[in-house]
Write a protein that binds this ligand. Structure first.
Ligand code: GLU
Length: 379
């Protein structure tokens, strides 16, 4: 169905996300056969020079089975305890399956802070690199047993896209219990068709995602589209395909598979820009006039004080802030050279006036173009 020339040449960095429903069953526990299929195909990919990381759900699912619970627990402490019980069971299954392939696995448990805090972000990246250098397969999950709401990413679709960014991946494959994105909800409309390739994630595509609830686990299609947007904006391709097909990964790499391919955007951001654009937490925002908007979007210029209309939130120099157009739509993110208080004094003024107003010599740009990421289609 798909031809993937250019994306699937060897020596790629690939993230494979595996959903809970594929891996665990409340009564039967872990699906070891599926894990064996994945281990065999991942080992095959590695032997062709690819680096592969897995993002695996299923900690809570495995815990539910181990405790013989009738359903997923509802309170946070119970979920955390269940994840703490299930995570080592899940890892044991991966370890055994990869050992049969002569491969070593490593467990990495991340929380939102590991992406938001730049030092921790770089640490996680270095660890993953060191593992890749040793030919190890990192198996990543959210650190559910400590992640309460405030520090939770909440779903592994977004986690896998952040991981793909973190390791400068080429491709994210989401193995799901659905085949991909359909033109309508396939549960309710028998004429709904699988969409094989999505070039740009438009508002219509997002509407489709809201309609399809064909999956029982955390995110459904909405979080998959969020993940696809994160990937597309950073030049990473993403595929959704059914992990119920034991040949799913082999089919993808034969270039002929059933699923939805989201093409990567054209720009490939460097790591710093990726971090600014997609993982650091904006502390405030500025809205800008049309002239400044054109300078940013069409001419790739820095943001100057003269184009700033409004400032909202309290932020300091070096914080990440959002740049909005006059209608309030997010068009960019970047690291500000000025605090919100100073910006309040220099907004709308010429760069040559800054020194007089603030009483000290400062940079001309509010956000330098090297620290600015244009957001296409929003986050
Ligand atoms: N981290 C959760 C688990 O391992 C899964 C989250 C998700 O399914 O997106 O159980």
């Amino acid at each position: 169905m798909h031809r993937l020339e250019g994306i699937l040449h060897a020596r790629n960095t690939i993230v494979i996300k595996i959903g809970t429903n594929l891996l665990t069953d409340r009564l039967k526990g872990i699906n070891r056969e599926r894990i064996a299929d994945i281990a065999r195909d991942v080992a095959h990919l590695q032997s062709h020079g690819n680096r592969v990381a897995l993002v695996s759900s299923g900690a809570i699912g495995a815990g539910v089975a181990a405790l013989q619970l009738k359903k997923r627990p509802r309170t946070i402490p119970e979920q955390q305890a269940t994840a703490a019980i299930g995570q080592p069971i899940l890892m044991e299954a991966y370890e055994a399956a990869f050992r049969k392939q002569g491969r070593t696995v490593a467990q990495i448990l991340l929380t939102k802070d590991d992406f938001v805090n730049r030092a921790r972000y770089m640490n996680a990246r270095n660890t993953l690199r060191a593992l890749f250098d040793r030919g190890v397969v990192p198996i990543i999950n959210e650190n559910d047993s400590v992640a309460v709401d405030e520090i939770k990413l909440g779903d592994n679709d977004n986690l896998s896209a952040l991981v793909a960014n973190l390791i400068e991946g080429d491709l994210l494959i989401i193995l799901s219990d659905v085949e991909g994105l359909f033109s309508d909800d396939p549960m309710h409309n028998s004429t709904a068709e699988l969409i094989p390739v999505i070039e740009t994630i438009t508002a219509d595509i997002e509407k489709l995602a809201k309609k399809s609830r064909g999956e029982l686990s955390t995110g459904g299609m909405i979080t998959k589209i969020q993940a696809a947007k994160r990937c597309a904006s950073s030049g990473i391709a993403m595929i959704i395909t059914s992990g119920n097909n034991p040949r799913a990964l082999r089919d993808v790499f034969s270039g002929d598979f059933k699923g939805t391919l989201f093409l990567p955007g054209r720009t490939r951001l460097n790591v710093r820009k990726k971090w600014i654009g997609f993982v650091s937490h904006p502390r405030g925002s500025v809205s800008i006039d049309e002239g400044a908007g054109t300078a940013l979007l069409a001419k790739h210029k820095s943001l100057l004080p003269s184009g700033i209309l409004e400032i909202s939130g309290e932020f300091r120099a070096n914080d990440t802030i959002t740049v909005l157009d006059a209608q309030g739509h997010e068009i960019a993110r970047g690291v500000t050279n000025y605090s919100s208080a100073d910006l309040g004094r220099i907004r709308g003024r010429k760069s040559s006036e800054i020194e007089k107003i603030l009483g000290r010599s400062s940079r001309d740009e509010v956000i330098h173009k090297d620290n600015l990421v244009i957001i296409t289609g929003g986050l």
